[in-house]
Design a protein around this ligand. Structure first.
Ligand code: GLN
Length: 536
């Protein structure tokens, strides 16, 4: 029998439900179960691609070109599997599909309703994804907080699934927050009690509660949660604040979560295998060096909007035995006060991430130029790659060079809209999205970092290096070390004379895993470490 674990959240959002869901999957995986994960997002957008990342968090791009919720990235990093785009289910997607059927006449004569048509659609999706994935267990994380009106149909579907699949095959885990009152250090359980009450009111009795709290849960609050939430004391787990998120599976398993889940599922699983994970963790929890990276972009966006980049830097740090300190540097400051560019001098590496629009771009170009001239390790990602082309073009005398995105009337659009983008008007899922093959040129930094000639990386963009300027740029020393197999699309640039001046049109961060860091990030951090040691 296939098992389903539904993860719900209580008290408030942003308490690490995604990490808990991923950790739970890891715990089952460590016992030999094959696992996949689904993220349910109760909003009406069809996908995350049209939402503001500074409010909602990063848009994660899957191998098959989905623009999804960032939790899919967390699942991929923990479970070390590629998760297809249909594993992100939104209310918009469910309604689109049901209304599509109604319009086609597939539901003729029927009054189409939330129960059963929407709830059936949700259950069908969860089951068909599970079947297609051929796994022993699917983790389904329901976004939002219990008590929200918009998540009700999903919770109702979860309730029905337990009835239909059997109580041993559908497990409910509730993740809540236990705040600590500063004055007395007391852990308060009332919000947890109330959110579980709300869950039980709609017919879901959690099998386990995972509590996020600054410190491990003390005995008395644990007893209270068990009593008021109607669960055994051994079914209350805590996930306290820790150094690295990758410790969470071990912390929860140590409290008996794996054994408890296999009891509840009535399955005999093998002893957990944590050796490799533990070895990997050492680089994260006990690093020898410290590296300071300047992340140069528009206003100090939420750290959440570049989660995959932050993680990729940490993965690359761990393998280089270094912890990574990321400072957000607002590039508009350089535009208003050019002398402030020397703020960057004290950093070991300069990173210009992906982005859209024109605000702050001149400042980004100034940062790249500073890295270029001062020989400070530089990594550019997507928009950062495009701005590195603009910077190089200006450096060799094409002073008017720009991206057509930044200035549509520029005389020298060294970065221009991709030809196939010209006729597109819709904004949803219309960029160049997902994984494509890239050929690497022998003897380049790119080739050395990847250790092979053909790679596959993920994309999300509309603009690209303009073919008309390539000869001029290359003759002047810019190396395009990665190109599409037909040779027409520029994917990686590097400079020979700099220690590490490297940028990619693709997003290596989406494929970075804690045990298999993304090569461009590894190269960047290794170069930054070299600079850190030179400066110290
Ligand atoms: N705005 C640029 C483009 O569409 C870069 C996109 C990105 O950085 N993801 O091509």
């Amino acid at each position: 029998m296939v098992k389903y674990v539904f993860i719900t959240g209580g008290v408030m959002s942003g308490i690490g439900k995604g990490v808990t869901a991923a950790s739970l999957g890891k715990i089952l995986q460590s016992r030999g179960m094959s696992v996949t994960a689904i993220k349910v997002d109760p909003y009406l957008n069809v996908d995350a691609g049209t939402m503001n990342p500074y409010i909602h968090g990063e848009v994660f791009v899957t191998e098959d070109g989905g623009e999804t919720d960032m939790d899919l990235g967390t699942y991929e990093r923990f479970l070390d599997i590629n998760i297809p785009k249909d594993h992100n289910i939104t209310t918009g997607l469910i309604y689109l599909s049901v209304i599509g059927k109604e319009r086609k006449g597939e539901l003729l004569g029927i009054c189409v309703q939330i129960i059963p048509h929407i709830t059936n659609e949700i259950k069908n999706k969860i089951r068909s994804i599970t079947k297609k994935s051929k796994v022993d267990c699917t983790i389904v994380e329901i976004g939002g907080t219990v008590g929200d009106i918009e998540s009700l149909p999903f919770l109702e579907a979860a309730r029905q699934m337990r009835l239909e699949e059997g109580s041993r095959n559908v497990i409910n885990v509730h993740v809540t927050l236990v705040p600590v009152l500063e004055a007395v250090g007391e852990q308060k359980t009332k919000p947890t009690q109330h959110s579980v009450q709300e869950l039980r009111r709609i017919g879901i009795q959690p099998d386990a509660v995972v509590v996020r709290s600054e410190i491990p849960l003390k005995d008395e609050p644990r007893r209270k949660i068990a009593l008021f939430c109607n669960i055994e004391e051994r079914a209350v787990f805590t996930s306290p604040d820790i150094k690295s998120i990758y410790e969470v599976p071990l912390i929860l398993d140590k409290q008996g979560l794996g054994d408890y889940l296999s009891d509840r599922m009535n399955v005999k699983l093998k002893k957990p295998e944590w050796k490799n994970w533990r070895n990997m963790l050492e680089g994260f929890t006990d690093p020898k060096y410290e590296i300071k990276i300047a992340m140069c972009g528009k206003y100090a966006e939420l750290a959440d909007s570049y989660v995959s980049i932050n993680e990729a830097l940490r993965h690359a740090g761990a393998i280089n035995n270094a912890s990574i300190n990321i400072d957000w540097v607002e590039t508009e400051i350089f535009e208003n006060k050019p002398s402030r560019i020397s703020d960057l001098e004290n950093y070991h590496g300069i990173l210009v991430p992906g982005g859209f629009g024109s605000r702050g771009t001149e400042g980004k170009i100034m940062a790249i130029s500073y890295a270029h001239k001062q020989n400070i390790p530089f990594l550019g990602i997507c928009f950062g790659f495009q701005m590195a082309i603009v910077e190089f073009a200006r450096h060799i005398g094409i002073v008017e060079a720009n991206s057509a995105e930044v200035n549509p009337r520029t005389e020298h659009p060294v970065v221009d809209l991709m030809p196939e983008q010209r006729a597109i008007e819709d904004k949803g899922a219309t960029m160049r999205l997902g994984a494509d093959k890239i050929n690497l040129q022998s003897g380049t930094i790119a080739h050395r970092l990847y250790g092979k000639k053909m790679i596959v990386e993920r994309h999300r963009h509309r603009y690209e290096a303009n073919g008309e300027y390539l000869d001029r740029l290359q003759e002047a020393g810019l190396i395009f070390s990665g190109k599409s197999p037909d040779g027409l699309r520029m994917e990686i640039l590097e400079l020979k004379d700099n220690q590490f001046h490297f940028a990619t049109q693709f997003h290596g961060e989406f494929k970075s895993r804690p045990n298999r860091p993304s090569p461009p990030y590894v190269g960047f951090i290794a170069a930054s470490l070299k600079r850190a040691l030179e400066l110290s």
